[in-house]
Unconditional design. Structure first.
Length: 87
């Protein structure tokens, strides 16, 4: 949620960006494996290239997360007044 005062975007430290990056990496790996796997492996899965489709789904999921992080960025306040410290 955006705050009322001034602040800056969380950017790369936004958890949605980290999750999207992980899903994108694993998704691309699965897409590549989906293209190079032998037909015998596809036949084991009732003719469905599950690696390819799971990879495409993960890449789409990552794109949605990146779009969400860009369209609704988390705003971190620049200064904290009266911040509590552990004593």
């Amino acid at each position: 949620m955006a705050s009322e005062g001034s602040g800056h975007s969380a950017g790369a430290f936004d958890i949605r960006t980290v999750i999207a990056l992980l899903f994108a990496i694993y998704g691309v790996v699965l897409v590549v494996l989906g293209f190079i796997q032998p037909q015998a492996e596809i036949d084991k899965a009732a003719g469905l290239n599950i690696n390819l489709w799971a990879g495409v789904g993960m890449v789409v999921f990552a794109a949605v997360f990146i779009a969400w992080a860009r369209l609704r960025p988390i705003t971190v306040p620049d200064d904290v007044e009266g911040g509590s410290t552990a004593e």
